[in-house]
Structures are given as C-alpha cells and as structure tokens.
Design a protein around this ligand. Structure first.
Ligand code: NAP
Length: 299
C-alpha cells in the first residue's frame, strides 16, 4: 500500500479530552489507505474552553470533517450551521461534516448501536426495547431506535435531579417520532420486570459494569431475564460485563459494545468520504474479541 501525505491531503480529526488512547485514528487512517483516499485523521486534545478557537481555526484551514467525544458533544452545538434530524432530536453531536461551506452536526452513536444489533443477526424493529440509562449514549440509542422503527421503548434511570429533564426529553422524542417512549425509576423493580418480560431486547447504556467495577451489574436480579431476550451492554471494556455473564447463564443471546464503536465510526467515515468503510478489514485489524492488548477504546 503506497500512501503519502501530500499538499492535497484532506484533514479529518477527533476533538475531545482525553483522546490520546482513542482507536479512531487507526480505524480511519487504515480505511483511508485501504480505499486510496487522500485523507488523514488526527486526534487533538481540546477542552470545552478551547473549543471555539479550535473549531474556528480548523474551519479556516478547510478541515473536511471531525468527530467529537467527551466532553464536547453538546459544547459544539452553538458553532454549527445545521443539524441532522437525529442530532437535533438527541441534542448532541459526535460527527461534523461539510456541505459546501456549512458545517453540519450529526450523531452516529445511535446508528452504530442499531447497526451492531442487526450485524449480530438480531431483529428488533417493530418490537419493544428496555433501555437502562438516560445519559449521552442512551439518548442517542433511544432516538435512533425510535427513528428506525422500534415499536416501544421503556427507559429506566435513577430518580435523581436529572429525572424531570430526562422525562421532558423522552416525551419530545416520542412526539416527534411516533414511538411509544416511557421513563421509569430504575428502582421500580416491578415495572422493570414487566418491561423486560415484554421486550425483545434489554440494553444497558449506563456505565455500571465498566472497568474497573467488574463485579457490578445494573440489574437488581438476574431472574428478571428470560431466554428469549437479547441482552446488550454498550460497554466494551470489559468485553463481558457482569450483566452479560448473568444473561449468558440465563440462556439469553448477548451483545457487547465493541461493534457499536466500529459502526459509529463507519457511519462518520461515510459522511466525510461518501464511501463505505471496509468494516470487515477494520474489524479484523482492531476489533477482534480476543484483542487483550487494548485496555480502552475512546471513540
Ligand atoms: P453518561 O452520559 O455519563 O451517562 C451515564 C448513565 O449511566 C446515566 O444515565 C447515569 O444515570 C447512569 N449511571 C451511572 N452510574 C449509575 C449507577 N450507579 N446506577 C444506575 N445508573 C448509573 O455516559 P455515556 O456517554 O452515556 O456512556 C455510558 C456508557 O456507555 C459508558 O460505559 C461508555 O463507555 C459506554 N459507551 C459506549 C459506546 C460504544 O461505542 N460502545 C459509545 C458511548 C458510550 P443518571 O442519569 O441517573 O445519572
């Protein structure tokens, strides 16, 4: 493979803090090389305080597009010229692409999640989802699942200071998508049992179970699971969370967050290049289940 950075090379990037251990530069640069695309992808450590200056600088030198990770997914909103329907509904952006001179914000986290579910061979459209958590990833998943045609989504989160704003958010998504979305207290075990009993998929989008808290599960009782259920945890470090172990013991089909990460990147790649990322190659290079070397994958 002959690849040189030239005077024509288009810049794409990841902005966030921290970003140094992100897998995205390898993923995108390998895909650019494979397809012979004259682009490069670099990671820049940018705090919210530095974002305006960084964005205006990158814009003035003609950046082709970029990803945003924590803590910049909402901080970028005031600087953009437009939002896709999914980004507008989610109120967050992880991908920015250009349309002429305009910079458009998009979110590919939900797309990546839904793609990972279908890639695993699981059919959930027209069925019910129980979604645990209401943070950035959960809201993106909820929006995309509703847009794609999941019939109903029950969201469970802790009843804390963000509960009423979360409730207003999900009500707005329900009104705009026509999907039935209800928000419940995560401590309401009776409702949780009822919802899981009616669902095709249970999705953990909280951070409970993420390394180093390997023994924690967000589920109060494994007997709430049933063998017809798909149990999905968007955590990818570790690959097998306590929740996924509980699910496997109950005979459920399971899915971790690794390929959500791959497919959200593939969707961003398509926005910038108009081309399909060679996902099988990238999966083989950077996303094998047995890859023990990587301790963390910031998108
Ligand atoms: P976030 O915005 O901080 O949201 C975290 C969520 O977890 C909130 O809903 C929070 O509940 C809930 N939570 C935290 N501790 C809890 C506890 N002890 N009990 C119950 N709920 C708890 O984070 P995020 O960006 O959505 O990320 C969430 C997880 O998804 C992380 O583990 C992250 O690594 C993973 N993720 C994976 C991918 C991927 O590509 N696979 C992409 C993005 C994120 P409250 O609302 O009550 O505070």
């Amino acid at each position: 493979m002959n690849y040189e950075i030239t005077g024509h090379t288009g810049l794409t990037a990841l902005l966030g803090s921290p970003v140094s251990h992100s897998i995205s530069p390898q993923m995108h640069n390998r895909a650019f090389r494979e397809l012979g695309l004259d682009y490069v992808y670099l990671a820049f450590d940018v705090t919210p305080h530095q974002l305006k200056e960084a964005f205006l600088g990158l814009k003035s030198i003609g950046i082709r597009g970029f990803n945003l990770t924590m803590p910049l997914k909402t901080a970028i909103l005031p600087y953009l010229d437009g939002l896709t329907p999914a980004a507008r509904l989610a109120g967050a952006v992880n991908t920015v692409y250009r349309e002429g001179d305009s910079f458009i914000g998009h979110t590919t986290d939900g797309i990546g999640y839904m793609q990972s579910v279908s890639d695993a061979g699981y059919e959930i459209l027209g069925q019910k989802m129980t979604l645990l958590g209401a943070g950035g990833a959960a809201t993106a998943i909820c929006v995309q699942a509703a847009l794609d045609g999941v019939a109903a989504i029950d969201v469970f989160k802790r009843k804390n200071s963000t509960f009423s704003s979360a409730s207003a958010f999900f009500q707005k998504v329900a009104e705009e998508t026509g999907c039935t979305i209800r928000l419940f207290d995560l401590a309401d075990t009776r409702r949780l049992a009822e919802s899981i009993g009616e669902s095709a998929i249970l999705t953990n989008a909280t951070s409970v179970g993420m390394a180093p808290d390997l023994e924690q599960s967000v589920l109060p009782d494994a007997s709430l699971l049933h063998p017809d259920l798909i149990v999905s945890d968007i955590i990818y470090n570790p690959r097998q969370t306590r929740l996924l172990s509980q699910a496997a013991e109950m005979g459920c089909r399971t899915l971790n967050g690794l390929y959500m990460l791959l497919f959200q990147g593939a969707a961003a790649f398509r926005c910038w290049t108009g081309q399909k990322m060679p996902v099988e190659l990238i999966r083989e290079c950077y996303f094998t289940e047995t890859d023990k070397k990587r301790k963390d994958h910031t998108p």
